[in-house]
Write a protein of this length. Structure first.
Length: 259
């Protein structure tokens, strides 16, 4: 109850009265990212990491969930997409049935998207179809650690169910439906199952990171908890604690390569 009251009190005024599934919420979150220097710097860091891992060569690079972001500034020719119509989006699509040709993509990239997919197997099957050999799924997603369990259970509005037996969850809205723990479940907890069901994929890299900064920035849904000029201090603290990333990370960078 206290955590719910705190979330309401900290809710960002631009989107506090809107539902997550309202396309206007996504448009306003784009404004929020641009207006919060602390948060914008985090996205710039994430986008640099994603862009650096995109394989070279021909073939498209598709971003899922582009509506609030600006990754196109970092990856030339990026195909932007969203589950509903938004300004400046190239294509509206459902990641579980993508209108892309077979072996037409060299990468699929996303930020905070996989944990909203009610049937992640369908997405993985589609990704296997659409990616070239050597192509990659690159993502930054919420992660499960001792610290993140405490934060996500108490202060995050989306469902956090690391104990869920199944990867699937009942579909609701495109953004309100979620299991924040889903990426960790697929690629760590149930890694053997993933490798058996999708032998065409190889988990290339998993790196937990960022225990504090996103939380302190307020993200796209809350007011900032720290002024923007402090972000360098917090970044330095996080670097000093990198050896504890498997216990403290709230997010992870994941790279999955098609063989």
């Amino acid at each position: 109850m206290a955590a719910e009251l705190l979330r309401r009190w900290l809710a960002h005024p631009l989107t506090a009265s809107l539902a997550d599934d309202d396309p206007k919420t996504t448009e306003l979150r784009k404004q929020i990212i641009q207006s919060k220097p602390f948060l914008k710097a985090i996205y710039e860091e994430w986008y640099e990491r994603l862009a650096a891992e995109v394989p070279r060569g021909t073939g498209g690079v598709l971003e899922l969930g582009s509506g609030a972001g600006f990754l196109e500034s970092y990856i030339p020719g990026l195909i932007t997409s969203e589950v509903f119509s938004c300004p400046n989006i190239d294509v509206v699509l459902n990641a579980q049935k993508m209108p892309m040709d077979e072996a037409s993509l060299r990468a699929i990239v996303m930020t905070d998207v996989l944990h909203h997919m009610p049937n992640v197997r369908r997405f993985l099957a589609e990704a296997a179809r659409c990616l070239q050999s050597g192509g990659k799924i690159l993502m930054i997603e919420p992660w499960v650690t001792a610290w993140s369990r405490f934060v996500y259970r108490r202060f995050h509005a989306e469902p956090f169910l690391p104990e869920a037996a199944k990867w699937e969850f009942a579909p609701s809205g495109p953004l309100s439906g979620a299991n924040v723990a889903l990426p960790w479940m697929v690629f760590v907890r149930d890694r053997a199952r993933f490798e058996k069901e999708f032998p065409e994929f190889e988990i290339e890299s998993i790196r937990p990171f960022m225990p504090f900064r996103y939380l302190l920035s307020g993200g796209v849904s809350m007011r900032s908890l720290m002024p923007g000029f402090t972000r360098g201090v917090w970044a330095l603290l996080e670097r000093s604690l990198d050896f504890q990333r498997d216990r403290l990370g709230m997010f992870a960078f994941v790279s999955v390569r098609k063989r």
